[in-house]
Design a protein around this ligand. Sequence first.
Ligand code: ADP
Ligand code: MG
Length: 432
Amino acid sequence: MQSGGMPPTAFSALELSRFLRERFGFAGFRGLQEPVVQAVLAGNDVLALMPTGAGKSLCYQLPGLLFPGVTVVISPLIALIRDQVRRLQALNIDCLAVMGSTEMNATLSQAESSIRQGQTKVILTSPERVQIPSFLQWLSQCLPPQGLSLIVIDEAHCISEWGRSFRPAYIALGAMRDQYPDTPVLAMTASADQWTRKDILEVLRMPEESIIRSSFNRPELFYRVAHSNAPWRSAIGYLQRYHRASPAIFYCKMRQETERLAQLLDCYGLHARPYHAGMEATARYETEQWFLDAETGVMVATIAFGMGMDKPNIRLVAHVGLDHRVAAYYQETGRAGRDGQSSDVLLMLSNREHQHLECDDGSGLEIALNDREAEAKAQFGAFLKPRQCRRIALLAGLDEIFDGECNACDFCNPNHHAMPLVRENASKWTPK
Ligand code: ADP
Ligand code: MG
């Protein structure tokens, strides 16, 4: 197989910064972008663990431009592929999205010559596509002489979270790796506890040394857990008091809840839309676009919404109800404050959930749950119980020891943004 098309020369730090400025319009690299880019350009495998909003896309876009061959990006959702295509086009980087079966025929044969001539720099696709033998066969036939330069797995935690359940194609990504053993692999995620990291390295056959991780601390986020007899109304009250004029996301556990809560928000005169995986693809797309463009407004969604979304000014991410692992919670709440401005993260529990939590001392966990689930539950429990700084507990769940100044959680700074009171009979609301 053709593989491993390396850049013609090594690049000095100065040359890379100049390229970054001229081609991407950024004054400098952020966080660990530069070491990741350097390692990838040197032909090494990298598992980049960087927080949401850190600028992971650039870590493949920049090498993708400098490599003489093609970069293949594997992404879990059509919405994400579309978003990346939009961003690549804005940067004038020629790319091709391979999503559905129709593309396999007409569009692909049209695109072949442009790939072969090295014009198309990036091909974006899903793990399911990669799993189809005819796709890899097609790819190998139309690669330019410089070959496949880089394989990128965006949102790589999906390997661990979904690979073993409903998306086995994620596990099969190892086969692509085997087919192109000399092509470096860049896996990127903002969510990787020890189990997830292990799964990613194993499936992609990457050595432990390929991990480049930055701190996961998001100092601009204020973490709060609250409880009330009317958690929906309390969350709405909080939004009304502190974030009425900004975009917000409310996460619910059930599809039906998203619709009811959006209705309730509407009764309060707040513009809100529900979003869940049961909606038609076009309605989902339309709702995503509405939210991306919205100056204010609340997206009321299940966790089907938000992965990889680049909306900088979300000021509140509120979860209503309890159902979490630290890594997933961190990922979802990380959608707030991507522009680095102070933003709020609220987990709103019912009084019942809260009481249950107070009584649960964690004993007996190991009987019902396997190690991974038991540890995940214990870690999230440590975040929920207000006996220590929430930031310390949250980051501990991502294997990070936080010993800095927090001052941005309800344990360390209880006077920040008091929870508004809600009416006694508030929980009796029924939808129109
Ligand atoms: P992630 O995938 O890590 O969540 P993205 O790749 O979506 O983050 O980037 C988040 C935002 O940061 C984007 O709007 C991107 O244009 C911007 N960005 C990336 N790198 C830089 C940089 N070096 N300087 C300024 N902005 C950057
Ligand atoms: Mg991303």
